[in-house]
Write a protein that binds this ligand. Structure first.
Ligand code: PNS
Length: 161
């Protein structure tokens, strides 16, 4: 059986923690779809297309192995995307108990909606403190985010044009 897993998120911007989770997912599943979704609860830094492009560059630069598709979804529920492509599993990274509390209701709702299960992976503890919101804040105030993001993202944030 050819297994497809979806790694969803805002990825605004993609961090080294995200890349770690994508890499781990790609080593387990035959095919991984990284799906950028607008989260209305968060104020956006980058347009969706820019986030997709930065993830693609980070995956290429990092030589992440496996069949990986990077795309976006704005047509409704995330599980609708999963059903459309035949993915039975969502993969999320869990950094702390805070993430468990945030992710658990979404995982249960997604299972109830469409029978799509969520698998939680534990990223490298080196990335436990890294989040996109922290990167947005540090970058916005002129700080160096290079330790937290792929090179492509650091370069882009340093000179977006
Ligand atoms: O990186 P984030 O912001 O924590 O990702 C959250 C995201 C985008 C995966 C979540 O908000 C989501 O799945 N949105 C899609 C809309 C949806 O399907 N909602 C109902 C189930 S949670």
């Amino acid at each position: 059986m050819h297994t497809i897993a979806v790694v969803p998120g805002s990825f605004d911007p993609v961090t080294l923690g995200h890349i770690d989770v994508i890499e781990r997912a790609a080593s387990i599943f035959d095919e991984v779809h990284v799906v950028v979704v607008h989260n209305p609860d968060k104020s956006a830094l980058l347009p969706i297309a820019q986030r997709v492009s930065l993830i693609q560059r980070a995956i290429a630069d990092g030589n992440v192995e496996g069949e990986i598709l990077v795309t976006s979804w704005s047509m409704g529920l995330l599980v609708d995307y999963c059903v459309e492509v035949g993915a039975k599993v969502l993969v999320k990274g869990i950094r702390s108990q805070v993430d468990v509390a945030y992710e658990t209701p979404m995982a249960i709702v997604n299972r109830n909606l469409a029978g799509v299960e969520t698998i939680f992976l534990l990223p490298d503890p080196a990335h436990a403190h890294v989040s996109s919101s922290l990167v947005r804040q540090v970058a916005g105030l002129g700080g160096d985010v290079a330790p937290y993001v792929p090179v492509a993202v650091a370069e882009f944030l340093a000179s977006p044009n």
